[in-house]
Design a protein around this ligand. Structure first.
Ligand code: C2E
Ligand code: MG
Ligand code: MG
Ligand code: MG
Length: 276
């Protein structure tokens, strides 16, 4: 019995692996054409101050395939990073974010926009030139952009990363560390970087305020950010309870479904008008 079960298990495993590999190949192929086919959209999610006022918005990429299927960024970003598509895609995102900022600004809501920048994109030799030329082309002030970087990038290539961050910071770009707390970055490293903000990963917020370890971690990130003079945005705020916990523990800024879902620019503008 055990032997038969083992064989079946192995066969099932192989089939699953094959399906996953085929799926990845299909996604890779479709992703290669998606930019030309205009299948991407940039959504925006509002971020709020401790007292609930809009302070900015994060741009989040959406891919709707020709067959109508919406593929989540957690699935396609790693593939784009692997194939290199992330480079032209990241450029598209940056330009699109700048165009969004112009429309927001014309509607009377000149909120700074946060843009996720992937490691491979950031490390391109011409990244700074690309940023400069998109800013020049669109006329968006660099001070209206916050680049969200991940800890992985900082650990991999510390000196080059820090040097490049300083060049961009000279232009006026601000920096945030995304998913903070999930990777490794020492205090010594953080102090060398021109940082503006830390974003507490939503994984830590999930069981808040009931999870004792998570609570301790969130408190220590808030204390550290206070020492370093950094703004904190807590991600993934879904409940009033989570927001109330944060209000009595360091009062970070917040982003989450409780306040606003990621949505197309037009919807965000309507929402801001309705609230005003
Ligand atoms: P991220 O940068 O950490 O973005 C936050 C994610 O949390 C987004 O997922 C957002 O929709 C989700 N989120 C916001 N509020 C809540 C909440 O209250 N509860 C829960 N459960 N989730 C919430 P999304 O849009 O699926 O993006 C996933 C990741 O894909 C992003 O994580 C980011 O790492 C990456 N990504 C998205 N857009 C881009 C992009 O333009 N460029 C790059 N390089 N990466 C991107
Ligand atoms: Mg982000
Ligand atoms: Mg994050
Ligand atoms: Mg993430």
């Amino acid at each position: 019995h055990a032997k038969a079960a083992g064989r079946n298990g192995a066969a099932l495993f192989e089939t699953t692996m094959l399906a996953a590999a085929e799926n990845t190949l299909m996604l890779e192929r479709d992703l290669g054409n998606a930019l030309d086919n205009d299948e991407f959209a940039l959504h925006l999610q509002l971020q709020v101050s401790p007292d609930g006022q809009p302070i900015g918005a994060e741009s989040l990429l959406r891919w709707r395939r020709a067959d109508g299927v919406l593929v989540p960024p957690d699935v396609f970003i790693p593939i784009a990073e692997k194939t290199g598509l992330i480079v032209p895609l990241g450029t598209w995102v940056l330009r699109q974010a700048c165009l969004s900022w112009l429309r927001l600004s014309r509607a009377g809501h000149a909120l700074p926009l946060s843009v996720n920048v992937s490691p491979r994109q950031f490390q391109q030799a011409d990244f700074v030139d690309v940023v400069r030329s998109i800013l020049a082309e669109t006329g968006v002030p660099a001070t209206q952009l916050i680049f969200e970087l991940t800890e992985g990038l900082l650990v991999e290539n510390m000196d080059a990363t820090v040097a490049r961050m300083h060049v961009l910071a000279e232009l006026g770009i601000r920096f945030s560390i995304d998913d903070f707390g999930t990777g490794y970055s020492s205090l010594a490293y953080l102090q060398k970087m021109p940082l503006y903000e830390l974003k507490i990963d939503k994984g830590f917020m999930r069981d808040m305020p009931h999870d004792v370890n998570g609570t301790a971690l969130v408190k220590s990130i808030l204390a550290m950010a206070g020492q370093l003079g950094l703004r904190v945005v807590a991600e993934g705020i879904e409940t009033r309870e989570q927001a109330q916990f944060l209000a009595s523990h360091g009062k970070p800024c917040m982003q989450g479904f409780l306040f606003c879902r990621p949505m197309p620019l037009g919807e965000l503008i309507s929402q801001l008008e309705a609230a005003a």
